[in-house]
Design a binder for this molecule. Sequence first.
Ligand code: NAD
Length: 460
Amino acid sequence: MKISIIGTGYVGLVSGVCLAAKGHDVVCVDLDAAKVERINGGKSPIHEKGLDDLLTKHCGINFRATTDLRSAVLDSEVSMIAVGTPFDGDEIDLKYIRAVATQIGTVLKDKETYHVVLVKSTVVPGTTNEVVLPLVEQASGKCAGRDFGIGMNPEFLREGEAVQDFMNPDRIVLGGFDERTLDVLERLYQPFENVDQIRTNPRTAEMIKYSANALLATMISFSNEIGNLCGSIPDVDVTGVMRGVHLDKRLSPILADGRRITPSFTTYIEAGCGFGGSCFPKDVKALIAHGRKLGGNMQLLDAVVNVNLAQPQQMLDLLGKHYPDLDGLRVAVLGIAFKPGTDDIRESPALPIIEKLLAGNARVVAFDPVARGEAEKVFGDGALGFADSVAEAVLDAQAVLLLTRWPEFSQLPEVFANLDTQPLLIDGRRMISSERVERYEGIGVLSDHVAVDARDLLSV
Ligand code: NAD
């Protein structure tokens, strides 16, 4: 099938390259000419495992990028809208969605064959039917259902695992305005065999995406609240507590042969310094705002957001126990990306932590295996120092804040062993066993009262 995808961000580019890998003919459209040029040169503008390889394989064969939306829409059967939907403080900002819907409609005016417009971006229930559909009808002078199809197909990929997630989805949600649209969408996803599919209407598809993200965010804030409580009770470590919770067979089922399945879902039931990224924070806030508009109370999700907003401060409080005065304090920050495997730092808990450290005149050096370029765009004034390795970052540090679960940080005790003076480690991801370093603080445990070896528990 010939597909055009508007927006070459995490979702648009990964969807485009993966759909090409599944045999479709894909053209990705973006306003950003530099991005388009880079993509056509076979280089991904984002860091995602496996993406460069697929791009090199399909670029110029059945995948390309362009800034020319018109030719891309004219030369395809389906146009996917994958532009950003930021939260503006009151509601999701649909300006990019509106602009693209109008642009596609304007092209459809001159297109004789049936075309399907598909919303891939995360949008609140009703957006496809009440915002996108009328804009396309208005600009094209055509009628949805008769002249063109319209649908909503939410994306569930996780940054850091985006290619793997897109190629092997948990489920495919197809929200169609009518049966004809749904039939086209089924053809689009035909190469994905043995995947559960939900055939539904656009509003339900939109709501599924928000509900899925809201549940995961709720699990994280729940764990963080429990973790904060554990951190004030002697002899209790949240890693042991959560291990005990995970072993409920409703969370980690026991097979007939006695083996236990540990679903990746349980990684959302671990305490840490908070969730970030371009999805959870904005999606939960957007759902709250939408719910309020409809008269809902939304108090649970309000609390999810508030717990998360306060969580980075936990790291600074742990630092303050040992170093009440930040002025001149030498601090190493390990991890700026909101999670491992990505260079995305949007809403990363590292951002408010670094800002507060700098505001207190601490001397901060940061290291992230891939997110330095993105961080330099935010902290470009020279106040934040950057190191090229873990060893360089911690060399002169009095305190080390571990903020992202990058696998290379598990070597920290070995790196510390080469230092003359031992820094304080504040473990925001509970990656390091407290016994392996001399001076330790972690989310969810009272220092001097570490009851269990966190590393051993996590590896069970
Ligand atoms: P992004 O900000 O990384 O990328 C959006 C791209 O759209 C940019 O490259 C921008 O230049 C381009 N763009 C904007 N207006 C355009 C126009 N008129 N024509 C052509 N290109 C245009 O966004 P993203 O992270 O890929 O997210 C896109 C949507 O998918 C959002 O609604 C997001 O909530 C949702 N989503 C994101 C993820 C994720 O992990 N990032 C996962 C699932 C769903």
